[in-house]
Design a protein. Structure first.
Length: 197
């Protein structure tokens, strides 16, 4: 099996991870959290570490399970293995949500939850593409992510747009890989479970 992996193996692209960029998992990662994952980096201090959210793994829960008064029906995503008993969110409401931290142009992290609930009620109807909720987060200690990138576990991309708020499943991983360019084309053809072929 090792030999057949060689045609899919590609060196990382030498982009340094930074706040607002995304990490795209190489197709060989079999970890439950990170298999075919796309992770948005929301905080990055090379000495202290990196924090991000897996964008494309639903939990099977939605916000109505916890806050029926919101009537949004928005799914909750599995942000990562750390702090999985905490709810986090990214959104586009900006200063309407006090204490929100800007990740990149027009995209924010957390803030006053009561203010967010007011925004969601004011918007009414479908708020898809304006907010995304996560249980837990992904975290790397200082230097850990760099080592994983050097081992080609992740490719860094700066092709980040508000489309991340629509990311639902493995198709977003495929889309993110395709944006990387032709040299990654084989990744999308690599079987999710190569031992089943």
């Amino acid at each position: 099996m090792e030999q057949s992996n060689d045609i899919f193996k590609i060196k990382h692209n030498d982009l340094a991870p930074e706040k607002g960029s995304i990490l795209i998992a190489e197709p060989f990662l079999q970890d439950a959290y990170f298999q075919r994952a796309v992770v948005l980096i929301i905080e990055r201090e090379p000495e202290a570490g990196t924090i991000g959210f897996v964008l494309n793994k639903k939990t099977g829960l939605d916000m109505n399970d916890f806050f029926p008064e919101l009537s949004t029906g928005l799914p909750i995503y599995m942000g990562g293995p750390v702090g999985s008993d905490h709810l986090f969110f990214i959104h586009t409401f900006g200063e309407r949500v006090p204490d929100a931290l800007e990740i990149s142009d027009g995209l924010y992290f957390d803030g006053d939850f009561e203010a967010l609930k007011r925004c969601l009620k004011q918007e009414g109807g479908d708020v898809t593409g304006k907010v995304k909720f996560f249980l837990g987060y992904s975290g790397w200690s200082g230097g850990q992510l760099e080592k994983e990138i050097e081992k080609d576990s992740w490719v860094v991309s700066r092709s980040v747009s508000r489309q991340i708020l629509y990311a639902k499943d493995e198709t977003y991983w495929r889309h993110s890989v395709e944006i990387l360019g032709k040299q990654y084309k084989n990744w999308v053809n690599y079987p999710k479970d190569p031992y089943m072929n």
